[in-house]
Design a protein around this ligand. Sequence first.
Ligand SMILES: [Zn+2]
Ligand SMILES: [Zn+2]
Length: 351
Amino acid sequence: MKAVVYHGQEDFRVENVDDPTLLAPTDAIVRTLRTAICGSDLHFWHAPSREVPPFTVGHEVLGIVEDVGSDVRRVKKGDRVIVSCTTGCGLCQMCAHDAWGACEKTADAGMWTNIFGNPLLPGGQAEGIRVPFADTNLWVLPESIEDERAIFLSDILPTGFMGADLADIQVGDVVVIFGSGPVGVFAQRSAALFGPSAIVAVDLDDERLAKAAGRGCVTVNPTKQDLKEVVANLTNGRGADCAIEAVGSVQLVNDCIDIVRAGGRVSVIGVILEDPIQIPMMGGMMGKNLTLRGGMVEPQKYIPRLLPMIEQARLDPTEIITHRLPLDRAIDGYRIFANHEENVLKVVLEP
Ligand SMILES: [Zn+2]
Ligand SMILES: [Zn+2]
């Protein structure tokens, strides 16, 4: 089958690889209908080449179940399903605690090895994919939800929602969201579901901000406006009730800590590879009694809550799609996305 294969820095290739096969009785094989390029795929794209064998990339997948192992019960051949980007076994203590990313079975080789698109778990930018623990990591989609409305349930819609959830938004809150990229858009939409009095969208890109304004956000381009002043005006000088970091920047984590009021909450969903990072304690976390939460997405926790929101049209995730390309042209998609060309926000691939 055709797949997008990692060979090194800025060297992904569409080439033929072996078809996926069932390796365990709990596996399923899914034939891909839609897949998408994620900001976190760009980390692989940009990172210095690693000494690993070529592997299929991608972790956002929707498709049709083509085959199931003998122990699979919840899904069957022919079902149209969304694939969770992170795989869990559904049985261990970590899965029971909704800490799916740390599943004792699927992540036993180390952090991130249970996210599709790594040398140990081939990804979904391909014509097909093997999904371990299919009963836990696949959701059957109702006929009423078209492919494009469902595809982002794999990762970035739950990620954006998790940003709002971890920020513990209360009715009447003023929420600041840094980043108006694909995840930031979904964080804005999700935050609105919790009943805030204002959502302040912060980004450097005026076109993205214009769209955020269309979603009802107060918009701030910090190179042109003073974010602190805008938030002070909205809160009688108190500061924001909570802030969400949806970019992946150490500076913006610090900006979140700075912009929230005493007792405020900070939620970090942007991927920060730098470790460790510096944040203020007495001048921030302790001095202001803040709560800081963050993490990699747990789709298994959020997909069941978000599916009905899409079904009832309370969320329309298709708003972020700017490019639709055949899988054959995936590398063009990567270049466009990596270079921020053509006002790209999200590239969807069709095998
Ligand atoms: Zn993703
Ligand atoms: Zn588990």
